[in-house]
Design a protein around this ligand. Structure first.
Ligand code: PRP
Ligand code: MG
Length: 212
């Protein structure tokens, strides 16, 4: 019998919430995160611990069958990846932030400016919609440091509590999109795996209803 391969974030904010919902639907995984792959007890599921940004491509290629992932990552990287279920946790927003001292008024103020981000497609789309030309600097983490080291005039990153912005003397000026964790599905699923997924999705719906 085949097993459904589910990807979750290896480390970071989504990991804990993802593991919790898997546990709540009766998928128990006993080994630690050091292993990149783990089999579930009593259910035909394997869990893969992966880097967030790699997950959309793995779904596309059918390397994994499903994933618990931030919608913002799918929007940034995943063309045609289907969302089976919105999961309601790990909510955040993708925002533009500038130094607190900036007298930013509108998005037009970013014309010709440098923006540091890990979400270039999302940012470029937003700039295009607003007819603004800016230079993007792609960095993979600790984006909020960029204005302080003179690398950028603004940043785009995810904001949850706002504490990272605060600590780095930045202020939020635009919300590009709002995001939450979702159950995403590979376009390549055989019938057997689809059946396992249906069971998982049904159980998740019950758990989420119970949480309300
Ligand atoms: C994420 C994100 C923001 C921060 C937002 O970074 O990139 O920096 O969390 O959360 P907050 O509004 O609650 O402070 P993370 O700590 O995951 O590290 P990284 O940017 O180095 O990947
Ligand atoms: Mg960060």
């Amino acid at each position: 019998m085949s097993k459904l391969k589910i990807a979750v974030q290896k480390s970071g904010r989504l990991n804990e919430d993802s593991m919790r919902i898997l546990k709540d639907i009766g998928i128990y995984i006993d080994n630690g995160k050091d292993q990149l792959k783990a089999s579930a007890k009593g259910f035909p599921v394997e869990v893969f611990y992966l880097r967030n940004g790699d997950i959309p491509q793995y779904l596309k290629d059918g390397v994994v069958d499903a994933a618990i992932i931030g919608e913002n990552v799918l929007i940034e990287k995943g063309n045609n990846i289907k969302v089976a279920e919105k999961l309601g946790f790990s909510t955040c927003r993708v925002c533009i932030a500038v130094p607190k001292s900036s007298n930013y008024k509108t998005i037009k103020d970013l014309e010709g400016k440098r923006i540091a981000t890990s979400y270039p497609n999302t940012v470029q789309g937003f700039l295009n919609e607003n007819g603004v030309n800016a230079k993007l600097h792609i960095i993979n983490g600790s984006v909020e440091i960029a204005p302080n080291i003179g690398l950028a005039d603004a940043i785009v990153d995810i904001v949850s509590s706002g504490s990272t912005l605060f600590k780095n003397n930045l202020k939020e000026v635009e919300v590009i999109l709002k995001s939450e964790a979702v159950l995403a599905v590979s376009p390549i699923l055989n019938q057997e795996k689809q059946a396992i997924l249906n069971t998982i999705q049904f159980r998740m719906q019950s758990v989420l209803k119970g949480r309300k």
